[in-house]
Design a protein around this ligand. Sequence first.
Ligand code: BTN
Length: 257
Amino acid sequence: MIQMRHEYLESIDSTNNEIKRRAVAGETEGLVISAGKQTAGRGRSGHQWETPADISIATSLLLRPTVAIDHLSSLTLVAAVAVRRAIEELYGIETWIKWPNDVIIHGKKVCGILTEMSASEGKAEYVVVGIGVNVHQTSFSEELADKAISVDMALKEQDPFGAKRGDCKELTYRIWQEFALLYEAFCMTEDLSIIMEEYNRFLINRNAKVRVLDPNGEWEGIARGIDESGKLLVETKEDLRQVDSGEVSVRGVYGYV
Ligand code: BTN
């Protein structure tokens, strides 16, 4: 099993960037860097990811997998399952996944995952799995208010008079513990067969109408779940199509976006 070594930094540009620097310097698999604050946190599609001081989790893991390079994008889906499990098990909050890798509570995003890879000659030199979780926020900006939620907000909704709050350290450890178990199985099978059933059970846009924007244009269908390679299966009137997360944007028409 992967041996995790945890390091905590008060502030850093981005925990993903720091893992990359350590990887280039020769660090071995299993290093986890978490930070209280990120000054240049990054999200998917070049977006910024806000990490204000000490109210959320910003954590990244260094991997050096020998798995075929084409299968490595599935690690993001593995991480989503690990986060979903960790939140539900620690806090008893019903937690869902929006394909491919957003973790959702009450229809709002609580966690984002950014997986990055450096490869040469068809082999991965290293992979960084970066996870950001909203933990202690009590509200979000007007722009994010109906899209984002924190663990504390979810606990408050569950029990308005309760005193239970999230714990960044405890949650970070649990997430990587869950991830380590799943990663070991993933490296053996090189596919998502170990989590496919669970992923599909908690897929928030399963059996919902989705609109897919891909290089061929925009079309609609019903999301039926993922296959072993992590592609989303979308049923149209004519056929069942496989949608690859690298190429498209998928929006719920009636579901959650
Ligand atoms: C998303 O767009 O949903 C992905 C957000 C990923 C944010 C995390 S926070 C820890 C790690 N460091 C970064 O700069 N990004 C990821």
